[in-house]
Design a protein around this ligand. Structure first.
Ligand code: 13P
Length: 250
């Protein structure tokens, strides 16, 4: 049985005061939740402060990106050990916005996963097709290529340490959620791929989150799908009321 996991990807939002206010409310309102893993992924500049608020609670901390080298002359970058240093246990890798705007490729995603795992961080690896790819029937081949490239060289044990987030790009920030059936279809495809490439054990262990316009009103139906194990939430994770409702409804 895979434990549901809901993560809030704050993207480039919230400065210190608002971030502290948000996690203080989450800490209060989610204190009794034990059946769902809860994670927040703030911007780098508030990780340390947010960590102080959620330390020793049921809320985990994640970064939104990292660089694969450990330290050195890489201006503007942050390493896995630096994320660990401020209390992060998770890191989002290969988000579609990074692929779209910052030149992230399956190869860089692969290096980042390995760097994250070398420091004991749990990688949340994003895959998903753009609208044109879906409309031309290429969803499965796009997702398969992303999985093949992103997970190249990983062992079955390493695969079991990570989380996959299926985020159809056309559903991100658009208000257009994939239907539960559309999402389930791709989740089942990813799970079948994991079984074929690694093992049934890997396929049954890896948690696959759905992301793209997840709201309190649609989480329940998404979670009824067999292969949907949680959500990566953008916009609705920025307000405590909606993030709390998503977690309670799931
Ligand atoms: P929205 O929930 O705002 O659509 O964003 C989804 C997302 O990109 C999470 O990583």
């Amino acid at each position: 049985m895979r434990k549901p996991i809901i993560a809030g990807n704050w993207k480039m939002n919230l400065t210190t005061k608002d971030a502290v206010e948000l996690v203080t409310a989450l800490k209060r309102d989610l204190a009794d939740v034990t059946t769902v893993d809860i994670i927040v992924c703030p911007v780098f500049t508030v990780l340390d402060t947010v960590n102080d608020v959620i330390m020793d609670t049921n809320i985990g901390l994640g970064g939104q990106n990292l660089y694969w080298e450990n330290s050195g002359a890489f201006t503007g970058e942050i390493s896995a050990s630096m994320l660990k240093d401020v209390g992060a246990e998770y890191v989002i890798i290969g988000h579609s916005e990074r692929r779209q705007f910052f030149g992230e490729t399956n190869e860089t995603v692969n290096k980042k996963i390995k760097a994250a795992q070398a420091q004991g961080l749990t990688a949340i690896v994003c895959v998903g097709e753009v609208l044109e790819e879906r409309e031309s029937g290429k969803t499965q081949s796009v997702v398969q290529t992303q999985c093949e490239g992103s997970f190249a060289g990983l062992s079955a044990d390493e695969m079991k340490q990570l989380i996959i987030a299926y985020e159809p790009v056309w559903a991100i920030g658009t208000g257009k959620t994939a239907t539960p059936q559309q999402a389930q279809e791709v989740h089942a495809f990813i799970r079948a791929w994991l079984k074929q490439q690694f093992s049934d054990d890997v396929a049954q262990t890896v948690r696959i989150q759905y992301g793209g316009s997840v709201k309190p009103g649609n989480i329940k139906e998404l979670m009824t799908q067999e292969d949907i194990d949680g959500a990566l939430v953008g916009g609705a994770s920025l307000k405590s009321a909606s993030f709390v409702d998503i977690i309670k409804n799931c």
